[in-house]
Write a protein that binds this ligand. Sequence first.
Ligand code: HEC
Length: 231
Amino acid sequence: MKFNKQWSIITGIGLFFGAGTISLNSCVHAPYVLPVSERTYSAGICFERDILPVFISNCAKSGCHNQGDGASGYTLDNYKDIVRKGIVPGNPAASKIWESVDMNTFSVSHMPANAPGLTVAELDLIRAWITAGAVDSGDCANTCDSTNYTYSGAILPMIQLNCLGCHNSASAAGGSLTDYTSIKNAALTGRLIGDISHSPGYNAMPLGGIQLSDCQVAQVTKWVAAGAPEN
Ligand code: HEC
């Protein structure tokens, strides 16, 4: 299954870009188009719920931008450090972090390194969040509804936002969560619930992140109790 990653393969084409010529023989991102939905987003973005999980899952990994490693001086697992060095509130174009994830810049240090890149939805959110002042709160009113626990409506979006940056391939530590079968397997062995509810004897997930809300844990619990259907 594809997750909105906008990739194209350009083989053997020299791209003339600005002052220099860059030859790309590998994958490059399709140009990122500025979001139509930015205004809608900026009204409702909550840093902790919508933005931080993207950083935890894609950037704050071991060997990269977690506490302890802080590659290139960037620790990206908490608000203060994310904004301190990488964000100019109100100005995405001047923000180092935006420059490195934006598909349009083709920055030499494109982030996340050696990974497919953020989804267009994630990019939209980050850009709208910076534009709106990169605040630490925003509209965090609880939008989770524990009576909605379908795979497509609740489980998959939660996994995409909170887990996929790390669990994005079969070789990922802890395994893949990229498709229904692998998510169902984690569910039916009890690991999914054990890990997200931080139960003793399990690995607390999302690793290095904030625990999912009680409502999200309730959604997963009900979905697993119903047999983890692909509904
Ligand atoms: C920052 C990276 C990262 C994020 C984000 C993350 N994981 Fe993990 N996950 C890992 C690593 C690394 C392991 C291997 C841990 C180990 O074996 O010690 C792992 C292991 C697992 C395992 C299998 C091992 C087990 O039995 O516990 C499951 C299931 C899992 N994670 C679920 C999730 C879920 C669900 C989320 C999102 C809510 C998530 N992870 C978010 C890095 C991450």
